[in-house]
Design a binder for this molecule. Sequence first.
Ligand code: HEC
Ligand code: HEC
Length: 259
Amino acid sequence: MRAVKVCTSVLAGFLAINTLSARQQTAPPSAVDEGRQLFIDNCGVCHGPDGDSVPGVDLGHGKFKRASSYDNLVEIIRDGVPGTAMPAFSEYLKDLEMRTIIAYLRLMAATAYSTSAPGDPVRGKAIFEGKGDCLNCHRVKDKGSRLGPDLTEIGTVRRMIELERSLLEPNAEILFQNRLVRLVTRDGITITGRLLNQDTFSVQLIDSKERLHSLEKSSLNEYAFIDRSPMPTYRDKLNPRELADLVSYLVSLKGIGGQ
Ligand code: HEC
Ligand code: HEC
């Protein structure tokens, strides 16, 4: 199954980055990160990042149709639901991985989004492209900048509550692939940008002017991740209504074929 491979390569990339330098302070992948990644890679395509995309099934709120408890879930994941689209994962996931996913589902239920009024994605788009200035740093399809992560598919990989948190507390949680790095060359030139790729000898990044840099690691004096997000908080810039609209717009971004 392709999805499982994606996950291991993400983790492998993570480990590679972690062993790179003692100076950068990346936390090792936690069980939560692992559970989230396993869920997104294996289940997200049908159940969605919030676990509520299959009609009548709401995995993110601890309310189940067939399962009577979380213990039951392992069996459902292992064997699937015969006669429905729910596949059996016994060949694709280890027991421990299934339990990690279930732990993540429990966490989702404990941190479920509680907004009562859903926003309006059309108004959200106007805020994204106007008042929010999001295109200065982000790209959606062929519009915007590449400094921050491309958001074209953000609605397929992030829960609503995570999107809201990104806007209110950008520093709370930064995904490792989104972190900015700061390099200082032997000649004293400082370059800040988003890490695109690296191997044992070289590193490639893109800076805020969208210039691509490729450098030999041996030519660097300093190489460190930046812990503060360059993204401003929108806590005081947007009212709750605007925030809900913006989050609805982000949720609607499901890739090139999407809205
Ligand atoms: C190809 C689409 C698909 C994938 C991939 C998928 N599911 Fe499902 N899943 C479904 C469908 C459809 C149902 C509803 C079955 C039914 O009608 O009861 C379902 C039902 C379930 C249920 C029962 C829900 C309840 O209310 O009792 C659980 C639990 C579940 N899925 C977990 C998972 C997990 C965990 C993964 C990833 C490891 C996963 N599913 C991957 C389509 C999928
Ligand atoms: C000054 C540049 C800048 C601006 C302006 C900005 N962002 Fe960001 N944003 C970033 C960077 C860099 C990251 C990646 C690091 C992080 O997660 O904080 C990010 C992360 C995010 C994420 C998390 C992405 C993920 O993969 O989880 C979302 C969602 C997001 N921004 C949405 C927005 C929206 C919506 C706006 C406009 C209201 C906006 N950003 C404005 C730079 C910016």
